[in-house]
Design a protein around this ligand. Structure first.
Ligand SMILES: *[C@@H]1O[C@H](CO)[C@@H](O)[C@H](O)[C@H]1NC(C)=O
Ligand SMILES: *[C@@H]1O[C@H](CO)[C@@H](O)[C@H](O)[C@H]1NC(C)=O
Ligand SMILES: *[C@@H]1O[C@H](CO)[C@@H](O)[C@H](O)[C@H]1NC(C)=O
Ligand SMILES: *[C@@H]1O[C@H](CO)[C@@H](O)[C@H](O)[C@H]1NC(C)=O
Ligand SMILES: *[C@@H]1O[C@H](CO)[C@@H](O)[C@H](O)[C@H]1NC(C)=O
Ligand SMILES: *[C@@H]1O[C@H](CO)[C@@H](O)[C@H](O)[C@H]1NC(C)=O
Ligand SMILES: *[C@@H]1O[C@H](CO)[C@@H](O)[C@H](O)[C@H]1NC(C)=O
Ligand SMILES: *[C@@H]1O[C@H](CO)[C@@H](O)[C@H](O)[C@H]1NC(C)=O
Length: 879
């Protein structure tokens, strides 16, 4: 009777469970299933789970859609949602912003399959943030490793932001992102969120993971069995009765393991990787039909402390046990199931979950600031990658922003220079009330400068250079600039007036022009002009020759001669030939009477910035002389016209030589010699001058070459004399050039010698690769360091060497050189060498080239990586 009753009961339960399963299988309500990289607007139903995946395109605006290599994408080794992915070659941060229901407990899952999608066979490492907290550092161990990370998290607002952060170790990517809502109650007894360490379907002998629709919450259960345990199972369905809405899938509970006999405890242990707090959930059910003379009874201990018991699992009904409080502090955590005296059957376990507690901190920038930025973004149609919270995660704000610290971060700096802005200054900027720095230079902005700029109480830097503003600068702005409260740059706005007189003059000019037009139309004027011109030309030529001779005599007599503007016009033939553009103005060719050529740098505008740079350069060059610094031979310091005269560098800049369009290719030895020359120049500034001088704008276009190909450093307009290195007096002055700028300066706004070393490291990379600091390609711009690093990591230096160098470069020398460049560009300044070291090492490199005949070597560095698997897949060990 017992057997048939049992059979009938089991049958009914199975039927009931199937019915439930069918109902639940339909129910994906609230599920968010994003197949990252799927074309916008498309969706599909995955065949084994019946989950409905949609494109992630409406949750993120940046990134590139990619497919895994065919070796991983063909066949059905991997579920469909992993075969496409979204990668993020651009930007430090890229964020998903997902709308959720506030106060709901979600299972959030990110899935990843690298699958050699980029053909580079380079496994990246990157960070994944949720809100303001690091969720997981992802470090992959092989191309075909499909990893996922789970987080049980209660939302505190109706948006969840998930950001992929490029840490400089490869391009971040993600294959799928899933949200499963309304996980009920039990996991919630813990205050923090829970990050999955492992979730095991114990006793399963199938090579298959179970998830939705078997698990209504779509938890993924991985099979686990252990040969010292006995695997037991039942064909009858197991009901989740006494388990607080955990909804354990029957299929998972139907298999279990027991220890081999009642005298052997069943133990599970793991060694914590750090000081994390661990939470354990154990799920038990009897699977063997209980004979009268049999009993299964045991207690549970953790690290030898009694937790629970005696426990007699119910037949075909699951119970969940979760020790209160976390496991923490011990070097090994042990959970033991120990049979009681009464037991005739050994202890049993059906499923096991282990989580690490994570405190996810939610931080949101000031809503007014966010609204203002959103409006600015849409007004100008820029910065589509601006997504998620502007300031969060802290330390990785939207590009062009800086935020204040604090419980509600505020925008303190907005840099939209060279962002292609058109139209007028957006009125929404006035709502960024904590703004200290606003840089709108190098755009096509028009219209008048709005009054509200005056009302930003904290504004201390305002750059509006190189736009097309019109009208008058608000008086209050000028007053603040004059009082030294505001660094104001308005240069190169041809129609912008700095004073009331200017406006009047311009109006008058318009009137005059009208009159002049009438007069000019008369033939007399034309005739007069022709006559005068003919006369004057002859006279001038003579005068000019005389002047040139006298200037030359003066200039040759001693350096740093004062020259008049009129004289400059003579030697440059009225500024006829432009040979370059320096920090604060254009550079013209000048010719003295004996045909000696000189370079004349003329200050372009009357702006304060230009004047400061002119003064800095003049001050430094009149006292500093070195063979590898461009030397000053004269200067002009008149009220309106200021100019500097230099020795002429006949071969132009290093940048020109390295560019693709250069007709002459520098060989390796020439490049090394240039590196040595320039390094010596910089070393002299740093160590040969007291107090030291920081160049602050080291780049290949500021390294000039004379006719003998000797390299000299130029453009000292941004240089500063530092009395001591901790002097941050100039810290708010922006300087440097994008691509060369020491990343630590960005944060600390403080230039030190090592910032020059960083920039010089970029120049070294340019020398060996022949590529510019910012490598432009059709879709994105890559910083040269980001470009070389992947190649260097795999020891493939030949791949980065300028192909134009062919075999003139020896690989030993090349790797030494690259190593040096790398050390110069270390992200933190402390590790970078001094310029004196750089000089020594470069000279050594140069010696190698001179001493040995070039040899090719194909000895690539060892390509073996050691790998680390990520948390969710590493299993605790049984024993
Ligand atoms: C979660 O629990 C609430 C009440 O505690 C209940 O109304 C709701 O239906 C439960 N949801 C699920 C999916 O079990
Ligand atoms: C479950 O069913 C299969 C086939 O129907 C059978 O081979 C197996 O022995 C059954 N297992 C149990 C534990 O009853
Ligand atoms: C329990 O009783 C069954 C018969 O009811 C018998 O076959 C079995 O050997 C007994 N087991 C033990 C451990 O006594
Ligand atoms: C989370 O925060 C709580 C309270 O602030 C603290 O007691 C707990 O140790 C923190 N947990 C972790 C994993 O940091
Ligand atoms: C914010 O705090 C961090 C660390 O405490 C500090 O390094 C950083 O300079 C601060 N930023 C601002 C804008 O105050
Ligand atoms: C704004 O950004 C540009 C380039 O990204 C940089 O050259 C400039 O110095 C920045 N402005 C400020 C005020 O930091
Ligand atoms: C700025 O914010 C205020 C409220 O703080 C709002 O009334 C005003 O419309 C906003 N201005 C703009 C230009 O958005
Ligand atoms: C990734 O894992 C490997 C192997 O454990 C380790 O050597 C490497 O440093 C890790 N990368 C990062 C960036 O943590």
């Amino acid at each position: 009777m017992g057997t048939s009753g049992h059979f009938l009961f089991g049958f009914l339960l199975t039927a009931l469970a199937l019915a439930l399963l069918l109902v639940q299988a339909q129910d994906q309500s609230g599920f968010i299933s994003l197949d990252c990289g799927l074309p916008e607007g498309t969706s599909y139903t995955e065949t084994t789970t019946k989950l409905n995946y949609v494109s992630d395109a409406s949750f993120i605006n940046s990134g590139v859609s990619q497919d895994v290599a065919s070796a991983y994408g063909d066949g059905d080794t991997y579920p469909r949602q992993l075969r496409k992915l979204r990668s993020f070659p651009q930007g430090i941060r890229n964020c998903y912003s997902v709308t959720t229901v506030k106060g709901t407990e979600y299972l959030i899952r990110g899935s990843f399959l690298y699958g050699n999608y980029d053909g580079l066979d380079l496994l990246p490492t990157f960070d994944l943030y949720i809100e303001n907290s690091l969720w997981q550092t992802l470090n992959f161990t092989d191309n075909g490793m499909d990893a996922y990370i789970d987080l049980i998290h209660v939302t505190s607002s109706n948006k969840v932001n998930i950001c992929l952060i490029n840490t400089g170790n490869g391009v971040p990517f993600i294959s799928a992102l899933e949200f499963r809502p309304s996980l009920n109650i039990t996991y919630l007894t813990i205050a923090s969120s829970l990050s999955l360490y492992t979730r095991m379907n114990i006793g399963s002998t199938e090579d298959r993971k179970y998830r939705f629709p078997f698990d209504v919450y779509d938890r993924i259960w991985s099979p686990f069995n252990f040969n010292k345990w006995t695997q037991v199972s039942t064909n009858y369905s197991i009901e989740p009765i006494r388990e607080n809405g955990l909804h354990l899938p029957s299929i998972v509970m139907q298999t279990a393991s027991t220890s081999k006999d009642t005298s052997t405890p069943l133990e599970i242990w793991w060694d914590p990787i750090d000081s994390s707090q661990y939470y354990v959930f154990m799920h038990l059910a009897e699977v063997l039909y209980p004979e009268v003379n049999q009993s299964r009874e045991f207690i549970i201990t953790t690290n030898d402390n009694f937790v629970s018991g005696p426990i007699i699992p119910n037949y075909l009904s699951s119970v969940s046990i979760f020790p209160n409080g976390p496991f923490e502090g011990a070097s090994r955590h042990v959970i033991a199931f120990i049979s009681t005296e009464e037991a005739t059957l050994p202890p049993i376990i059906n499923a096991f979950e282990l989580y690490i507690a994570k405190n996810i901190s939610k931080l949101e920038a000031d809503q007014g600031d966010v609204d203002a930025l959103t409006n600015i973004k849409s007004t100008y149609g820029i910065k589509k990658e601006w997504q998620g919270d502007p300031c969060v995660p802290m330390g990785f704000p939207w590009s062009g922003l800086h935020c204040s610290n604090g419980t509600i971060p505020r925008i303190i700096s907005l840099n939209l220079s060279a962002s292609g802005l058109t139209g007028e200054i957006s009125p929404y900027i006035s709502n960024l009330t904590m703004l200290q720095i606003l840089d709108l230079s190098d755009n096509e902005l028009t219209g008048e400068l709005p009054e509200f700029l005056v009302n930003l109480p904290n504004l201390r830097i305002l750059y509006l250079t190189r736009n097309r503003f019109t009208g008058l600068i608000p008086k209050a702005l000028l007053q603040r600039a004059e009082a030294g409260l505001l660094a104001l740059s308005v240069g190169e706005n041809p129609d912008l007036c700095t004073s009331v007189e200017c406006v009047k003059k311009r109006k008058n000019n318009k009137r005059k022009k009208y009159l002049v037009a009438i007069i000019l139309s008369s033939i007399i004027a034309v005739l007069l002009t022709i006559l005068m011109v003919t006369l004057v030309i002859y006279k001038r030529r003579k005068q000019r020759e005389n002047l040139k001779r006298s200037i030359q005599e003066r200039l040759l007599k001693s350096k740093n001669q004062l020259v008049q503007y009129s004289e400059i016009l003579v030697i440059t033939d009225n500024l006829k030939t432009t040979i370059g553009e320096g920090g604060f103005g254009k550079v013209y060719l000048g010719v003295l009477s004996d045909k000696t050529r000189v370079a004349v740098k003329l200050m372009s505008s009357t702006s304060q910035q230009g004047y400061n740079e002119f003064r800095a350069e003049a001050q430094i060059l009149t006292v500093v002389h070195h063979i590898n610094l461009v030397s000053l031979i004269g200067y002009c310091d008149e009220a309106e016209n200021k100019a500097l005269l230099y020795e002429f560098m006949g071969n132009g800049s290093l940048r020109d030589f390295l560019s693709d369009s250069s007709t002459k290719v520098l060989n390796w030895k020439e490049r090394l010699q240039i590196a040595v020359d320039a390094a010596q120049g910089l070393e002299y500034l740093h160590d040969g001058c007291v107090p030291p001088i920081i160049h602050r704008d080291m780049k290949s276009s500021n390294i000039l070459l004379n006719e003998q190909m000797q390299a000299k450093i130029s453009d000292f307009g941004l240089s500063r004399v530092f009395v001591n290195e901790s002097d941050t007096h100039f810290s708010t002055c922006p300087a440097g050039t994008f691509g060369y700028l020491d990343p630590t300066v960005h944060l600390s706004r403080n230039f030190i010698k090592k910032s020059d070393v960083y920039s010089f490291g970029i120049v070294l990379f340019e020398l060996i690769t022949g590529r510019p600091a910012i490598i432009k390609s059709s879709e994105d711009n890559i910083h040269i360091v980001d470009w070389v690093k992947p190649h260097i990591t795999v020891g493939n230096i030949q791949n980065i060497v300028d192909p134009r160098l062919e075999s003139s470069i020896d690989s030993g020398c090349a790797s030494k050189f690259v190593e040096l460049a790398l050390s110069c560009t270390l992200p933190t300044s402390a590790g970078r060498p001094e310029m004196s070291d750089v000089v020594l090492q470069l000279i050594e490199c140069l010696k190698m080239v001179q001493d040995i005949t070039p040899q090719m070597s194909n000895n690539n560095a060892d390509q073996n990586f050691s790998h680390n698997s990520i948390g969710s897949e590493s299993l605790p060990s049984p024993r």
